[in-house]
Design a protein. Structure first.
Lengths: 291, 334
């Protein structure tokens, strides 16, 4: 892992913890951004952790860019040796795969796609070596996902598949981004799954849709009353496949203010996960499904 | 006091100086694209510099006033009219109850700022009245104005006067040709040396896809990348990176063809590499560029960026001083 520092104009420092994605890079980025927050450095205005990098926005009238850079480099040494254990939560997210709305949208933008003759799922299943779309969908919801970044647009989670690298799904983004994506589309680009929090432009492949809102600026949805954004980095997600009937029922529950996502507190240790991926995931599932 | 929107213009939004502190959740700063113009408009009508005003792009709204107010229009040369009679920009003027404020055609620039004494009093959301339309957040119901809206206006302060004026020297036009100073960094090294030179030598033009999220440019040569094996998780195109954060002003070039400079409603991150970042002093300028405007990117170092920032701050200090001096003269002569 080689950490690289760059200036984003006179107000940002962009820190690439590693060129490639890994949970090691994410945890180092998280440790460093936590340390910046704890130190309360004067002039820091935004602390943004990302998948394998992070960004600090600062006011150069308060702290000189060179001094800001020196502060971050000091923090890096400590982050190398940080304990990569976090107290977090696991959340079950229902997903209606192959839904009619993302299907309509992907057909509308077919000329921007690598494979104009199939669907995004057909393409993703094929290039990842799955025999069928069903087998691919089973792999997508078969293991949990780690939220390694929140952003792009309000509250959108980037999620990293918690399996060995050789089992990870990888797909390219659309050749040219779409100008439309249905709200709550479950998408995929590079090695990341995402959930589009709002309707809008997007370049990720579209696999399905969740009935569970994850961003509510009006703060009317019961579980978003305290804060309008649902996800934060470090959350763990388990997708649960649902059919049209369950989708419609959940939408009705959300609208009636009766829907509550299934959430359980869990501890996550990166070392334990890397030593035993399947064992750790099994424990996470027990925590999610136990009483 | 309230203002009735008779026609909304093209995409008129309520904006102040923005909503810092939530970029890590994908909620951008928002706020006026030309912050200097917003501050000037507010100072002219006796508001706090960061009060909420209207940002009108390319075309002004038509607004009916229910009570007397003092108004100023700054930024783009978008001439205001009261019941059809043209008023000066960069100058405060009175609007009487029952009168209608409308606008003539845009003469230059892109965004006009319409400040009203008392400020636009929409609810404060996450510390700001700014509109973030993509996230349906803040401003007037999270969206651009529509015909029939009624805008609440706050109580005007004591420091109200028509005829306040920003001196010509303190109004900044876009310049011709437009030069956007940028700090090459972040993923600049991904370009070959020839491509770096070409990027800076080319004259680009503002594309029609230019909005509060970002300004797209086209017309230059496609970029050439240093060869590498794409890192795991980045995606297959050489312009792809493992999704990371985007600085405000950062210049991403998807597919290596059309640079996009992210602005106040920036997407907070994504999977495209960035060749560098437009310096903070030149961000206001971008907000005043019309589609098809020719522009060049000029590489500068950090010292130049900080000197330019300092010069912008001085310009603001000069503006405050000039208006205070003019008020003092007015007080004595009265």
């Amino acid at each position: 892992m080689h950490t690289r520092y760059a200036f984003g104009g006179d107000e940002h420092i962009f820190v690439e913890v590693d060129e490639e994605m890994s949970l090691d890079a994410f945890f180092k980025s998280l440790s460093m951004t936590n340390a910046v927050r704890e130190q309360g450095i004067d002039g820091v205005t935004e602390i943004c952790p990302a998948n394998a990098s992070f960004q600090i926005k600062f006011d150069p009238d308060v702290i000189a860019p060179g001094d800001m850079l020196a502060e971050l480099k000091k923090i890096e040494d400590a982050a190398e040796h940080a304990d990569h254990t976090i107290a977090t939560r696991i959340i079950e997210i229902p997903v209606y795969y192959r839904d009619p709305w993302t299907n309509e949208t992907l057909m509308r933008f077919r000329e921007r796609h690598q494979d104009p003759d199939g669907t995004d799922l057909d393409y993703a299943a094929r290039i990842n070596g799955y025999d069928s779309v069903e087998a691919f969908i089973a792999a997508h919801h078969g293991s949990p996902w780690f939220v390694t970044m929140v952003g792009f647009v309000a509250g959108l989670p980037f999620m990293y598949q918690m399996v060995e690298r050789e089992r990870q799904i990888e797909v390219p983004k659309y050749l040219r981004p779409r100008t439309d994506t249905p709200k709550l589309t479950v998408g995929y680009g590079g090695c990341f799954s995402c959930i589009y929090s709002v309707r809008g432009a997007g370049g990720y492949q579209m696999f399905g849709i969740t009935p569970m809102p994850i961003y509510d600026p009006a703060q009317e949805i019961s579980y978003l009353r305290d804060f309008m954004v649902f996800f934060k980095p470090g959350d763990i997600v388990k997708f649960k496949p649902i059919d049209r009937e369950a989708y419609d029922a959940t939408v009705a529950e959300v609208e009636a203010g009766r829907f509550a996502p299934t959430i359980r507190p869990v501890d996550f240790s990166l070392d334990a996960f890397q030593a035993d991926v399947d064992g750790t995931n099994q424990q996470l599932m027990e925590a999610l499904n136990g009483d | 006091m309230a203002i009735k929107v008779k026609s909304p213009g093209l995409a008129t939004t309520v904006q102040d100086l923005g909503r810092p502190g939530f970029y890590h959740l994908g909620i951008p700063l928002s706020g006026a694209m030309d912050r200097f113009a917003l501050r000037a408009a507010n100072l002219l009508v006796g508001n706090d510099e960061g009060a909420a005003a209207l940002e009108a792009v390319f075309m002004g709204p038509e607004l009916a006033f229910t009570e007397d107010a003092v108004v100023a229009v700054t930024g783009a040369e978008l001439p205001p009219k009261i019941d059809g009679e043209v008023q000066d920009t960069w100058t405060s003027f009175e609007v009487k109850a029952g009168q209608t404020l409308s606008f003539d055609f845009l003469k230059s620039g892109a965004r006009g700022y319409v400040a009203v004494s008392g400020g636009i009093d929409v609810p404060v959301v996450l510390g700001s009245r700014s509109t973030y339309a993509l996230g349906a957040l803040g401003g007037f119901e999270g969206r651009p104005l529509a015909a029939g809206d009624t805008l609440p206006v706050g109580d005007a302060g004591p420091n109200i006067r028509a005829g306040r004026r920003v001196p010509e020297a303190l109004r900044r036009g876009p310049g011709d040709p437009v030069e956007l100073r940028m700090l090459p960094d972040i993923y600049w090294h991904r370009l070959t040396e020839e491509s770096q030179a070409q990027f800076l030598a080319d004259t680009w033009a503002v594309a029609p896809e230019a909005d509060r999220i970002g300004y797209r440019f086209r017309g230059g040569e496609p970029l050439a990348f240093v060869k590498r094996e794409q890192p795991f998780g980045a995606g297959s195109d050489p312009s792809n990176i493992v999704d990371g954060c985007y600085p405000y002003g950062s210049i991403q070039v998807p597919g290596g063809t059309e640079p996009i400079v992210l602005h106040r409603d920036a997407v907070s991150g994504g999977g495209y590499f960035m060749v560098g970042t437009v310096i903070s002093a030149d961000m206001d300028l971008i907000g005043q560029l019309q589609p098809h405007t020719p522009a060049r990117f000029v590489a500068v170092d950090m010292d130049t960026a900080l000197a330019a920032r300092h010069a912008r701050r001085k310009m603001l200090a000069d503006l405050r001083a000039a208006l205070a001096t003019a008020d003092e003269k007015e007080r004595i002569s009265a």
